[in-house]
Design a protein around this ligand. Structure first.
Ligand code: AMP
Ligand code: ZN
Length: 113
């Protein structure tokens, strides 16, 4: 998508601290981290958000979570991390390209605010 921040990051048009990339997913450091580990995992295909995802995109959405789990393993934070999808403006979603937040490396409160 032309005017999408995360599409531009994936294409290398905007710099990012890349952590991992494979055929379908791209992971990079959040620019404003809310935990010692705060990584964003995005599908390379533009999907606006979870509520816009289709059945055909189920595998890609799942692969984003598996990439999060891989990074959680590699970071040694498996004693407690959280994957979060903000969905819609009232949740705080500010970038409309689906992204999984991976947060960890500190105690996490429940429920999230
Ligand atoms: P959300 O509020 O769920 O849509 O999450 C968007 C996230 O993208 C926020 O946590 C921002 O800090 C992060 N973000 C915005 N711009 C950038 C950027 N250029 N590089 C990395 N992360 C970004
Ligand atoms: Zn996009």
């Amino acid at each position: 998508m032309n005017d999408c921040l995360f599409c531009k990051i994936i294409a290398g048009q905007i710099p990012s601290k890349k952590i991992y990339e494979d055929e379908h997913t791209y992971a990079f450091e959040d620019i404003d981290p809310k935990a010692p580990t705060h990584v964003l995992i995005v599908p390379k295909k533009h999907i606006t958000g979870l509520k816009e995802a289709t059945r055909e995109e189920a595998e890609i959405v799942g692969l984003c979570h598996l990439t999060a789990a891989k990074i959680g393993r590699e970071r040694g934070i498996e004693d407690g991390y959280r994957t979060v999808l903000n969905v819609g403006p009232k949740s705080g979603q500010s970038v409309f390209h689906l992204h999984v937040h991976l947060l960890g490396g500190r105690d996490l409160r429940w429920p999230p605010g």
